[in-house]
Design a protein around this ligand. Sequence first.
Ligand code: ZN
Length: 564
Amino acid sequence: MAQAVKRLYPDIKLAIGPSIEDGFYYDFDSPQPFTEEDLPKIEAEMSKIIKENYKFEKSALKKDEALKLFKKMGEPYKVEMIEALPDNEVSIYKDGDFTDLCKGPHIDSTGEVKAFKLLSIAGAYWHGDEKNKMLQRIYGTAFETKAELDAHLTKLEEAKKRDHRKLGKELELFMIEEKAGAGLVIYQPKGALLRTIIEDWEKKEHLRRGYQIVIGPHILKSDIWVESGHYGYYKENMYIFQVEGQEYAIKPMNCPAHMLIYRSKTRSYKDLPIRYFELGSVYRNEKSGVLHGLLRVRGFTQDDAHIFCLREQAVDEIKGVIDFVAYALKVFGFSEFEVELSTKPDKYIGSDEDWEHATKALEDALKSKGLAYQIHEKEGAFYGPKIDIKLKDALGRAWQCATIQCDFALPQRFKLTYVGQDGKEYTPIMLHRVILGSMERFLGALIEHYGGAFPVWLSPTQVVIIPIADEHKEYAEKVAERLRENDIRVEIDGKNARMQHKIREAEVAKVPYMLIVGGKEAQAGAVSVRERSKGDLGQMKLDEFIGKITKEVVLSNSRQNRSG
Ligand code: ZN
């Protein structure tokens, strides 16, 4: 691509062009910004270069020779990169009339490229620093066969259609307004309802598993954050402010209040484990450049819990959490997930011995569950090692959801104790854990996984009733009332429009069921049922339909019919 760009636009300067997951990009310093129309031209030139089938020849130059060469070629970015190289030997690749600085490896010749496509253009600062010049980046991808390329392009198209930012807007689920604050999510009625359905499910499932629901304040005095260590290790991510001369911080995590509840009275070993659960909203100071839809935000709510337990209870508690995660993912329609274990980072609190114990507890639980996992060195939180679980969506993409952290340090810092069998005081272990993780990110995953067509139990609107004419509105109201009595979420589309138009609108809104009601239905106490994407199911007695949809809802979100 760079060779083609240089042939077409000799004045352009080459910056850097690495391969990335699923493709490559190259940054160019161009006097004229590229437009979409340039891409086919560049592709055509690339095809010529492929046909001309140049061999890629590697050579090694001494640093001063390489500097001389690229200065002569008039490539200042290459000169800067060579100057920054630690070695005295510089690797160069040449093919035909084109020479580039490159570590390699390369395919043997340009003729080996069988299928490629340029995808997009974006601005990118040199070295990713906004104080530097804005360069022009072109993204592309290449595969060994046309079929593989086509499959990849189809997947990209599908991902674009499912983009949660686009669907969030179309389905009126949520909005993020620069004016109100970047990275701050405002839920519209349907999004708020969807989130409420998930939160209700969470509360029910936590109570079933012996958790107690607690609620902490959104701000706490800095004294508490000093005690927890967040002030020392996490301060740059926190929003800190003054109230009557006293410093406070908005909570970036929910742990401190839970520890204060634990500390509020004397605990015995017989009381443990204690499991506190909170749908806790937290705020973290993320840089505006990394914010992205619901995935990277500044304010989000976690399904957070802290489990206080004895050392010998830790492995069983972790296993219980893993089971909970597996169950939750199944209920929400995800069948695959990946597991990662993150170990001690460079900045940490607590003793090395405790870190080892904690890491082993997590590992033992994973092993006894027979789960495969990857180890991520030094990626743990500052207070303990952790297990991360990433769900795989319908397009095979991974999304971070659950985290389980084993923590010996914070209970010590907060002087949490329990009275042991021998009457002496000991420090409990604390597990920090989330199941779905950030509600915002999980909603993003759900939206993209289902492409907005949620299963019936999660759909904010489950049924749209469409009266055929004005005189059928009264019967439509009656049907709606019966459905609402059965906890079915229903809307009536009573506007003056053609029935086909209303059906189309309900399809676009991805509502699972449409009930068409006219004179015949009213007389028979029935409804004509259409199912999303399946079409006409014919006429049913109203009771029959209520039985059908109720069964569907109950089976999909409860432990009936599901194990684990
Ligand atoms: Zn925590």
